[in-house]
Every structure is written in C-alpha cells, then in structure tokens.
Write a protein of this length. Structure first.
Lengths: 182, 534
C-alpha cells in the first residue's frame, strides 16, 4: 500500500519536473509574444502593409534620430546618411544607411533594430527595411541601404523624439554553417 | 528503548553497516548518505574557499600581483558555482537526510536507492567542473550567473563541461527533492499531522517543491546555451534573431527561487536551535509555516529585480520593486518570532546558539541591504558593485553557512554520541563571526563608493577597505580548519552525549540514543508523539 502510494507520488513529481523543463522552453515564445504586444524590448515589427490606413497629421512634428552600431568584431563602416529627421505622423518617409566592407573577404551582415522609448516601438512602422533580410558585401564594396517608414498617427502625445538604433552583426559563419547543412 | 530497537534488527534484511569502502559506495542508509553529503559539502566549501582566497589575495592591493585577469575571472566564476551548488545545497541535503526521517519517526528515506544515486552523481559533476581548470583555455570565466552571450559566443570551450555538470547537479537535486517530498508526505509516523512536524521538516518540504519547480528551468536554460553553441540555434544571439535579455529572464526565473532554496532550510535549523537554548516553545509556529510558504510563492514573481538596469518600462520597475519589498513582510514575521522566542527565555549560549543568534542578526543586515537594492531608482547606482557582493554574502555566509555550522554543532552529539569541545567551538564561532564581518562589512562602503564587482584591479581610493576585507577573509578562511579539527576530534571521542543531549531539546530525534543507532524507528510502536515538535 505504502509502496504504491510512493510510486504514484514519484510519478507525479517526476512529471512536474519534466513539465517545468518544458516550461523553461515555453518561456521563449511567451517572451516574444509579450514583447510583441508591449514593444517591451524595443523590437520593431515586420513589414508594414497598411500604409493607406494612415492619415497625415500635419500639426504634429516628431523627431526621429538614427543610430548605427557595429557588434564586436564587425569591421564594416556603418552610418546613417541623415542623423535626424523631423517628420509628421502618418506620413511616408525614406532615408538610408551607408555601409562599406573594408575587410579582405566578403561578409554577410544582419542588422537588428531597437527603438527607444520602448513604448513607441509599436508606433514605428517600416514598409521597407534592410533589416528584413541579410546583406552581403564583397571586399571593398559599399552601398546605401534603404529604409521607408511611417510614424503611426496614433502615437501618444508625450512622445516627441524617437531613437531608432541598428546593430550590425557579422553572420558570415552562421550562413556558411547553414549552407553546409542544406 | 535502545534494547528494543536492537532486537528488531536481527530479522533478515536489517543489518548494521557493511565494512570497508563499499559501505559508502553502495549504502542506502539515510544516515550514511547524510554523512556523505555533509563531507562532500565540506570538501567543496574548502575548495570554493580556496578560490575566494585567491580573489582576496589578488585584491589585497591595487594593481595586478598574483594572477592574470583571465584566471581571476575563472576564480570568481568557480567560487560562486562551487559554493552555491557544491557547498550550500548539498549541506542542506545532508542535513535533510540525517534529520527528516528521525524527526518524523520514519525508518529511512522513502526511496533509498535513488538517494544513493542522487549523492554519487555529485562527485562526478564537480569533478568534471573542477577539471576544466586544467584545460588549455581555462575554466568557465563568465560569472556564476553565466549571462549570454559571455557564456555562449564568447565562452571558452570548457563551457560544454560546465553545461553537463549543471545538468548532473540538476538531476541530483531533483531526485533528492522527490525523495524528500515522498518521505515527508507518506512516511510520517502514524498520527503525526503536517502541522505537528518540526519546522526544519516544513521548510525542507517547501524547499523541495521549489527545487522541482526551478531546477528543470535551469536545465532548460543551459540546454538552450548548448544548442546555441553547438547546434546553430539562436535563442540568445541577437544577430540570429534571439535576445540576450531573454537569457536573464529565464536564468533569474530559476535564480531567484534558488536563493530561497539556500535560505529556507536555514530558517528551519534556526527555528529548532533557538527554542532549545531559550528553553521555550517556538513563538508563532503556524505563522512560521505560513511565512515560509509565502516567501516561496513570492520568490517566483520577483525575478526581474536582478535586471532593473536592462531597460524595463517604468511599470515593470515599479511592479518588481513593490513585489520584492513585499517579501520583507513574511521574513520580518520570522525574525520577530525568533526574537520573541528568546524574549524572557532562560537562555544559555552554547556554540549552536551563538551561531543561531549571529544568524538572526547578520541575516537581518543582509535582508536590509536587500531592501535597499530593491529600490529600483537606487539600484542603478548599486547594480554590479561591491554593495551587491556584500549583500548576498551577508545572507549566504552568516546566513546559510552559519546555520549549517549551527546545525552541525547542535546535532553532532546525536550523530557521533560525543559532545564537541565547547571551548574550541566557541573559539571557532568568534573567529568566524569577527572574520566574516571584517570581510564583508567594508564591502558595503566600497560598493556605495562605486567599486564594480568581478574586477582584478581597482582604483586607489578603494585600497584600504580592500586590504581590511582581505585580512578578514583569511581569518574566516583559516578558522574553518579549526572547524574541521573540532569535527574530527568529536568523531574520535569526547564526553559521551545523553539521548536528549540538550536539556531544552524536544523532537523525536532526541528520543533515540546517542549516537543514533544505524536503524531508527523501524516500527511505529514506541514513537512518542508528544515529543514530536519542539
């Protein structure tokens, strides 16, 4: 009798432990959903397709600042073509970022965006962004990478300045790894 | 009574300990396994302490004198890992093995064979971890919190050994916890209700649930690291679409309950010792149980107070600040209960009581510095400074470690049948007490003045306090050799202990002879329930 009870309890507790192992992994998508909903870590959404629904608000002016950073070990020259823009919410804007690969080899890069203040991240819509795909530059090559965006006309009143920062990661090795496995 | 118990042992499969080394390898006896855990923990305490002394020796003066910065980083990392997972946690499991069956009138742990496996996994886990020190690129160097990407993209190759060591420790802890819960829920002597259990048993029951809830999450996070490093996933790599901040969330979801795992059994030990030497019943038994349970619950919803500076929205900072401060309420209940237990008691100050009182005072200091750190706007100044180091060492060393030493002095007469040398015990206490305060109190000041943690060199204005701190560390460190001497001396002989040992001691473990026979409470007859809870 005692033995049976022990067995049942052990099974339950073991199942709880395995469940919590799963929960650890479940935290990954939970975190992403949570961040998407709240804009918590400043991540911007994917490509924006509802540009027509936006009404231009000519009375408001929002300043947007651009930052370009290289992750450790990334040799590219990377800078915004314009550092700040004053824009009207609801209006389509375009700018670009300049990159040059001074290294002796071709490098593939991925740009990761981040917006501050975080609460404004969900009000910055991009219809075209170099961060949607990877960039590859041969040794010595350079280019202007385009960015088209709309500030949502619903952006809260107290936000008058946004900072959009990009960090450029060297992902050449990962891409080769993928090519090798494919 | 001992004669009666001896009689029972002559039936078929009950027998005394086997002879030689195989006794310890194959043992399923809770007392043997408890002893193994305690000795293992002490060995790890000395190893982790040696790492700490390397750190303090390097910090004795500004500039780089003794070790390279790379090796210094390995020392801080290994010190933290060995002390948390190798010294403090196994010591409490050892105490649980020795005491829980005896305190609830059970003949042994519920799952004796698994108990043996839980222990014998540990030497392999820590052997693997310690051997990385001799590898070419060195041991893990990313801090015991192993934040990604330091522990993934920038980690030495030994990180893989570290990951498997953590997996093994996790498996050992989970098996140990399952064993504790099954023992407590199913093997209490007939008639003992949950609310009659000694507080040490209660706090361990709650601790075991915490372990089952969070050790698998730790296993999960190191598995994600393993996949990032070797299988091309990008859980924590921003370039691949992951998020390094996610690592901190998952880690601290484990890490915060972990700090209560290391302190709840200490609360149980102190709640046993103070009533004995105050010769009064524990004040507010039921409130102690509820306070422990509330602390355990709150520990799951405060994790991001370790991450105030990662860039959280204001509402997040406020929530985690208030939730953290809420923990002070049940903790305060406990401290007041201990003080009220001593109030107007007929107190004597034997070594276990000295350690227990020092625990109450110094743990409270650590609790207060914790409250300071919980204030989100102030935390931006304290974050990653020596103030944090001072804070968590105050709760872990004169907190957890003092409670373990108190427990050893309190129960060693029951384990060995001999009284320890009181003069030497008190000498050990005062050396430790003075040493620990000299070590960690000045660290509050250098932390507030801005000295960052985990650095091998520092600005000149911190020199005096660092020198004082290092002197204290060497006093504390070497006085533990006295502890080792006292324990060995007590095992080899000394004044014979009576069954009750302390005239104010209550509880089932004090109804069996000293030393406790190899098998106790093999039948439920003769268990004196009136003695059950002190």
């Amino acid at each position: 009798m005692q033995e049976q009870n022990n067995g049942k309890l052990v099974l339950k507790l073991g199942a709880a432990a395995i469940g919590m192992f799963g929960f650890g992994f479940a935290l990954v998508p939970l975190y992403e959903v949570f961040c998407d909903l709240t804009g918590l870590n400043g991540k911007t959404g994917g490509q924006y397709t509802e540009a027509e629904s936006q009404q231009k608000n000519a009375d408001r002016v929002v300043t947007i600042q651009f930052l370009a950073n290289n992750n450790a070990g990334m040799p590219w020259e990377f800078r915004p073509v314009v550092r700040t823009m004053k824009v009207h919410p609801g209006e389509m804007n375009s700018t670009s970022f300049y990159v040059k690969n001074p290294a002796k080899t071709a490098i593939t890069a991925q740009a990761v965006p981040s917006v501050t203040p975080f609460m404004a991240a969900n009000y910055l819509h991009k219809t075209e962004c170099f961060c949607f795909d990877q960039q590859r530059l041969d040794s010595g090559a350079s280019m202007d990478m385009p960015l088209r965006f709309i500030i949502d006309s619903e952006i809260p009143e107290d936000v008058d300045t946004l900072t959009l920062s990009y960090t450029l990661f060297d992902i050449t090795e990962q891409m080769q790894g993928q090519a090798a496995t494919e | 009574m001992s004669a009666v118990i001896e009689e029972h042992h002559h039936d078929d499969h009950h027998h005394g300990p086997a002879k030689g080394i195989m006794r310890w390898v194959l043992t399923t006896n809770h007392k043997d396994i408890g002893t193994l855990y305690l000795w293992f923990s002490f060995a790890m305490f000395l190893l982790g302490g040696t790492f700490a002394l390397v750190i303090r020796a390097e910090l004795f003066q500004p500039g780089l004198q003794i070790v390279h910065p790379e090796f210094f980083n390995q020392m801080t990392t290994m010190h933290g890992l060995v002390m948390v997972f190798g010294a403090v946690m196994p010591a409490f499991v050892g105490l649980a093995n020795w005491l829980i069956p005896m305190q609830i009138g059970a003949p042994d742990m519920a799952l004796p064979r698994m108990n043996n496996y839980s222990f014998w996994i540990l030497p392999f886990a820590f052997g693997m971890l310690a051997l990385t020190l001799f590898s070419e690129a060195g041991a893990p160097n990313f801090g015991w919190t192993f934040y990604a990407p330091l522990s993934t993209e920038y980690a030495p190759p030994s990180v893989t050994y570290f990951i498997f060591a953590v997996h093994l420790m996790g498996i050992s802890s989970i098996m140990g916890s399952i064993n504790v819960i099954v023992t407590i829920l199913n093997m209490r002597t007939p008639g003992m209700t949950l609310m009659q259990m000694p507080l040490f048993v209660w706090t361990w029951l709650i601790t075991a649930y915490l372990l089952i809830a969070v050790m698998p999450v730790l296993a999960g996070v190191v598995t994600m690291m393993l996949m990032d490093i070797h299988f091309g996933t990008a859980f924590f790599s921003a370039g691949g679409g992951g998020d390094p901040v996610l690592f901190q969330h998952v880690f601290w979801f484990f890490g915060h309950p972990e700090v209560y795992i290391m302190i709840l059994p200490a609360f149980g030990v102190v709640s046993a010792i103070i009533p004995t030497f105050a010769r009064k019943k524990l004040f507010g038994y039921a409130s102690m149980v509820y306070a422990s349970a509330s602390i355990a619950f709150l520990s799951f919803i405060v994790w991001a107070h370790h991450m105030f500076t990662v860039g959280m929205p204001l509402s997040g900072e406020l929530y985690f600040m208030y939730a953290t401060m809420l923990i002070a309420v049940p903790t305060g209940v406990k401290v007041f209960n201990w003080v009220a237990t001593m109030w107007q008691g007929a107190m004597t100050f034997e070594t276990p009581m000295l350690f227990a009182i020092a625990f109450v005072i110094l743990f409270t200091i650590g609790g207060f510095s914790g409250l300071m750190l919980a204030i989100a706007p102030a935390d931006f100044q304290y974050h990653d400074t020596y103030f944090v180091v001072a804070h968590f060492h105050y709760v872990l060393v004169p907190g957890s470690v003092f409670s373990i030493m108190a427990a050893v002095y309190y129960w060693i007469p029951k384990w060995t049948g001999n009284m320890y040398d009181e003069t030497l015990g008190k000498t050990h206490f005062w050396l430790s007490f003075v040493g620990i305060n000299i070590t960690f109190f000045p660290q509050h000041f250098i932390g507030l003045a801005g000295m960052p943690r985990r650095i091998p060199d520092y600005a000149l204005q911190f020199a005096d306090y660092n020198m004082i701190s290092s002197i204290g560390a060497f006093i504390f460190g070497f006085s533990q050799l006295l502890f080792l001497f006292i324990v060995i001396k007590t095992i080899r002989g000394g004044k014979p202990a009576t069954a009750q040992v302390w005239d104010g001691a209550h509880g089932l473990e004090w109804t069996v002879p000293s030393p406790a026979p190899y098998h106790t409470f093999t039948t439920p007859e003769g268990v004196n329930l009136k003695e059950a809870h002190g």
